[in-house]
Design a binder for this molecule. Structure first.
Ligand code: EPU
Length: 424
């Protein structure tokens, strides 16, 4: 968030939480759906968007290239009819990783794009070689000049693309360009995340011809034109999972509302394994008070439908309440353990070895001053603060506010004592 005064969260921990908490629309869908509107020739309306800074950054980027937008109560309208292929080498594109979707969408519509190398959370190396490989296969010439990526194509032609790494971003980005390419594109070894299905649904309603989204082979027949439509985003499975972990850690009976239980199944299974009761309802999940200590377990992150890397960080906090040693291995982002250093300030007993965190519990957490080093590390620290004895101050919360909509209000609704105050 761009604020002149830095704010922090002050969390007064160890208060039991109960009641209902509502999940917002999926961040990782939102950041692709908004750029997808570039491909339409008339207004696209997206309902249920989360109120997070990444969404506002993208809204500004859509305006910067000539789009006309409105955003209120979670509904964004984007009129892309007067958009132009303006270069975006700097500024807002650098604030978030998902600005790379503007490449695929602009390439699809204009046959060209200039986009600064995307920013986002530092989770170790995050190459975009598979995106580039896909664009090149579709006929684009891609160069990297002074930290910006230049894409140019006289004509996009459908191609068969095998992804060497299963990548959410590359799958969606190639889809965005291929919907307007001539002929058939086949993406093999595609990622299967629910967000990919959501983007494919929007594109299909705009007139695209996409088969197999949600499986590892996606087939796309290019079309000449895409039109505006209205779309409701899916619920955020990572936000839901964060709340499930929080409910297991400090809840006295919490209902997490607006969830597709299938989307969080890997987490549900792991929670049950450590001794947490999880009640799946039609569109919500109920977690009664958990008996402590929990049982230790080993977790390995995998691509969907495996255990998501994004929930590994909050889950490490819950494992401090297990009696014995647990091992969390991240096979997607080997260095995504910056939360562990911060947690050690709160009394957590753990060490990081290679791509794994080894956590020994049970531990009574103690409040401390900690830093959100990235979005999900921040979520992990908020949960730790809610569990801890005393006051926890979480700094650099702009990371958290990139991805969690109205977090303070939502947590207060459960009885949490948490304030957002200027840093002293
Ligand atoms: N990878 C490559 N080459 C590529 C693309 C990816 O080697 O061209 C590697 C990555 O380095 C990583 C793996 O493939 O090891 C998976 O990366 P992926 O492309 O799937 O990640 P992403 O699309 O950049 C999205 C989410 C992340 C989430 C990952 C994994 C968005 C905007 N971001 O990133 O979400 O962790 O998928 O599921 O959709 C978050 O929400 O906190 C977050 C970081």
């Amino acid at each position: 968030m761009t604020e002149s005064i830095e704010h922090v969260y002050k969390i007064y921990g160890n208060h039991p939480l109960s009641g209902t908490i509502e999940v917002s629309g999926a961040k990782n869908s939102a950041v692709a759906l908004i750029p997808a509107s570039i491909l339409a020739n008339s207004t696209v309306t997206i309902d249920g968007l989360p109120d997070i800074s990444d969404v506002r950054t993208l809204q500004r980027l859509m305006e910067a290239i000539g789009g006309k937008t409105t955003f209120s109560n979670g509904t964004m309208t984007i009129d892309p009819s007067e958009m132009v292929d303006m270069p975006l080498p700097n500024g807002d594109v650098k604030k978030m990783r998902a600005s790379y979707y503007i490449m695929g969408a602009m390439l699809g519509r204009f046959g060209r794009a200039v986009i600064g190398m995307p920013g986002g959370c530092h989770l170790g190396p995050r190459p975009i070689d598979q995106h580039i490989k896909g664009f090149e296969a579709l006929g684009a010439k891609v160069t990297n000049e002074h930290g910006a990526i230049y894409l140019r194509a006289d004509e996009l032609k459908g191609a068969k693309i095998y992804l060497d790494v299963v990548s959410v971003g590359a799958t969606i980005n190639i889809m965005l360009a291929a919907v307007r390419a001539k002929g058939q594109t086949i993406i093999e070894n595609a990622a299967k995340e629910p967000e990919i299905i959501d983007v494919a649904t929007l594109l299909t309603n705009m007139g695209a011809n996409i088969k197999g989204a949600g499986t590892n082979v996606i087939r796309i027949e290019g079309v000449d034109e895409l039109k505006g439509t209205r779309h409701t985003i899916i619920p955020d499975r990572i936000e839901a999972g964060t709340f499930m972990i929080m409910a297991a850690a400090v809840g006295k009976g919490i209902e997490i509302d607006n969830v597709i239980p299938l989307h969080v199944e890997a987490l549900t299974a792991k929670l049950r394994e450590v001794g947490v009761e999880v009640e799946e309802r039609e569109e919500s999940i109920y977690i009664p008070e958990t008996k402590k200590p929990l049982k230790p377990t080993d977790v390995k992150t995998l691509v969907y439908p495996g255990f998501p890397t994004d929930l590994q960080q909050p889950f490490t906090v819950l494992l401090t309440q297990a009696e014995g040693t647990s091992v969390v291995t991240d096979t997607i982002y080997s260095a995504r353990f910056k939360q562990m250093d911060e947690l050690s300030r709160m009394n957590v007993r753990a060490r990081v070895e290679g791509n794994a965190a080894i956590i020994t519990g049970p531990t009574d957490l103690e409040g401390a001053i900690v830093k959100a080093t990235d979005l999900r590390a921040g979520a992990a620290l908020v949960i730790a603060g809610l569990m801890a004895e005393g006051v926890t101050e979480v700094r650099e919360i702009y990371h958290i506010e990139r991805g969690y909509s109205h977090l303070i209000e939502k947590l207060r609704g459960l009885g949490a004592k948490i304030d957002r105050v200027p840093k002293e």
